[in-house]
Design a protein around this ligand. Structure first.
Ligand code: ZN
Length: 659
């Protein structure tokens, strides 16, 4: 028999092929020619090799497939931990990304992430981020295989001012990388809740046009699914299906909250799923029903997600967690056995990325993506051979990423004897720390200013105000109403509210007060007709007293688009006061001057009687003094006198209430 030639022959290894039959060669060989595996096992031994490497005592297995990550986010590792998803994402990650993410940032983060992944035995990953072109370039230079997906969102991103621009960027990117040996470029509509149906459809059409996969986050949190039910009348999976998403070859990250019907829909669409154990645990999203999805035939791979929510890219940790979580959440220790977990991190994961024809197992015809493990270390001896599956348990339950000694991708060595061959590790460590110092400085200035933090999460409009104001107590509403209905005053307009105020103060009084106000508008019968909420940051108030109080202060208004809980966790105030009141409000003319008259009944803190507040915008001390005299006359008609013990906003009365 004529011998065939190959470039490289790896011999004497335990070859864990992860092929569909789970073939293991006890003392096996792998023959590599160019970028491909040409023979495995006994056939390989017959090859005439340019170079032979003796792998005695070692395990050769396919390179791991990290099915979901945002690789440049390695630079945000440890940026903000132990926060709720919205505070973490909208309060920290997105503002920092808006300020720092540019092509240089993603190149550095990608190099750092690639170095970390090579060290832990990853040869292929699925990415989703901004400036994906720079990520693809950097990844190809590092020698790794990747599905690089360009993010498309309905709002501006670090690399596009509009959805149309990011879609055009994605199209250009995909066209440019078509046919590359390592990189598959794809579109990534970020998630249904950050996209519109039009974006989902446009991205699916783009993926179909170029015959590339589509990467998206689906059903990550229970809240996302609840919102979808409420707003769209159906859960996430049927909704994206309705908008044509599954016309594309989908890779869906998370799928934590999906029911059986949705899992079947994923299977029927041949969508791959990326299960992200650490990220879902850390952000308390839940645990994906990975075992059930696998049982229904869905290709479920394993991902690390970005380093900001993990905080590392260690696939050994993830595949162990995938096996353990399935057991712990089901009470069934046979759920996701080690062999299946390793398949998820290799062959099944590659299929989830729609790259199963290229990578994920050690089989003739596939690309030479493989790793060599040293399982002869203290934490991994002895080895038993009575059960053929023993090696999977060793790899999944005992091995560590540091047991990876050699890594090859596409026939090229990326690491030998734990030395990286394509990346400068010391240089990356230094550059990453420099980048972190710049982010530290940015957050450092922001964290000391409530205003800067307010601007970071949604903008604030400044309004300087000067007003003459008086507060007084009245035992009952009747005298006030009687005067307002008399000939003494002319009512310009009136309204009625139920107001819920949360006041936050800070250790540094110079920061002022932050108020979260929710107003319910009430009709004449007291029924709620509408609502609004807003944030007001009131700078330190300067006061002058002359009968009325002249208040001068700067105020910043911002729409309150998040919950009180979000702002409380984000701003971390030193104290909180709650005020709830029923407010009737009139704009009146009295002796030729316009005033606002507020008649307040305090519900929290509960107070006897009513409070009257009379105020008018003013512009000078002289004007304020003149108005003070008129206000005093109006209060006299109401049968009361100014009471300057009541603070603006009643927050002082609420001391000790709330938290
Ligand atoms: Zn993600």
């Amino acid at each position: 028999m004529a011998t065939s030639a190959c470039d490289l022959l790896l011999t004497n290894a335990v070859v864990v092929t992860m092929d569909p039959q789970f073939t293991v060669h006890r003392s096996g060989s792998v023959a590599v020619r160019g970028d491909a595996i040409v023979a495995v096992g006994p056939e390989a031994a017959a090859f005439d090799a340019g170079e032979t490497v003796d792998c005695r005592g070692r395990v050769i297995m396919p390179g791991l497939v990290n099915a979901h990550t945002h690789v440049p986010m390695t630079l945000l590792r440890g940026l903000a931990d132990d926060l709720r998803l919205d505070v973490w994402l909208m309060g920290y990650v997105m503002p920092v990304e808006r300020a720092f993410v540019n092509p240089d940032f993603v190149r550095l983060g990608t190099s750092l992430g690639c170095a970390e992944m090579i060290r832990s035995g990853v040869t292929c990953f699925a990415d989703m981020y901004y400036f994906e072109d720079a990520i693809a370039e950097t990844t190809a230079a590092a020698g790794l295989r990747a599905l690089c997906a360009q993010t498309v969102l309905r709002f501006p991103t670090p690399d596009a001012t509009s959805f149309e621009e990011s879609l055009a960027r994605a199209r250009d990117f995909i066209g440019r990388w078509k046919g590359h040996p390592l990189i598959v470029a794809a579109p990534a509509p970020h998630a249904p809740y950050t996209c519109t149906p039009e974006i989902l459809r446009a991205c699916a059409e783009l993926a179909v046009e170029f015959d590339v996969p589509l990467h998206i986050h689906l059903s990550e949190t229970a809240l996302e699914v609840e919102d979808s039910r409420r707003v769209n009348g159906m859960p996430v999976i049927p909704w994206v299906k309705k908008h044509g998403l599954f016309d594309a070859k989908v890779l869906a990250a998370h799928c934590v909250h999906v029911d059986d019907g949705e899992m079947r829909a994923l299977k029927n669409a041949n969508a791959g799923v990326a299960h992200n154990p650490s990220s879902n645990l850390k952000l308390a999203a839940g645990v994906a029903p990975a075992a059930r999805m696998l049982a229904l035939g869905v290709n479920v791979g394993i991902g690390t997600d970005g380093a900001a929510s993990n905080n590392d890219l260690d696939m050994f940790e993830e595949l162990r967690l995938a096996a353990l979580l399935a057991k712990g959440t089901s009470g069934d220790p046979t759920a996701i056995p080690a062999r299946l977990a390793l398949a998820m991190a290799t062959r099944i994961g590659a299929s989830a990325l729609h790259l199963g024809h290229l990578t994920g197992s050690i089989e003739a015809g596939k690309r030479a993506d493989l790793v060599v493990l040293d399982l002869d270390r203290l934490h991994n001896v002895p080895a038993f051979h009575h059960d053929a599956n023993g090696v999977y348990g060793q790899i999944v339950y005992a091995a560590k990423s540091t047991d990876v000694v050699d890594v090859m991708c596409n026939g090229r060595w990326l690491m030998r004897d734990r030395r990286l061959l394509t990346l400068d590790e010391a240089g990356l460590r230094r550059a990453a720390q420099e980048a972190a110092s710049r982010v530290d400085a940015f957050l450092g200035t922001r964290e000391v200013s409530v205003l800067q933090k307010l601007v970071a999460v949604g903008g604030a409009v400044e309004q300087e105000s000067f007003e003459a104001q008086v507060k007084a107590r009245v035992p009952s509403a009747e005298p006030v109403l009687a005067v307002l209905n008399s000939d003494h005053v002319t009512i310009v307009r009136s309204s009625h509210y139920h107001q819920f105020d949360t006041y936050w103060s800070f250790d540094d009084p110079e920061q002022g007060w932050l108020r979260y106000r929710e107003d319910e508008f009430l009709d004449a019968a007291g029924a709620v007709t509408g609502a609004r909420s807003r944030l007001t940051l009131t700078g330190r108030t300067r006061e002058d007293h002359f009968g009325a109080v002249l208040l001068s202060r700067s105020r910043y208004y911002a729409p309150a688009t998040h919950s009180t809980r979000f702002y409380r966790e984000y701003f971390r105030p030193a104290a909180e006061r709650i005020v709830e009141k029923d407010r009737r409000r009139w704009l009146v003319a009295f002796r030729g001057v316009e005033f606002y008259v507020h008649l307040d009944r305090l519900i929290v803190p509960a107070q006897e009687g009513f409070f009257v507040e009379v105020k008018s915008r003013t512009w000078s001390r002289r004007d304020a003094r003149d108005k003070a005299a008129v206000i005093a006359d109006l209060l006299a008609l109401f049968g009361t006198r100014p009471d300057d013990t009541i603070s603006d906003g009643y927050a002082d009365l609420a001391a000790g209430e709330g938290r």
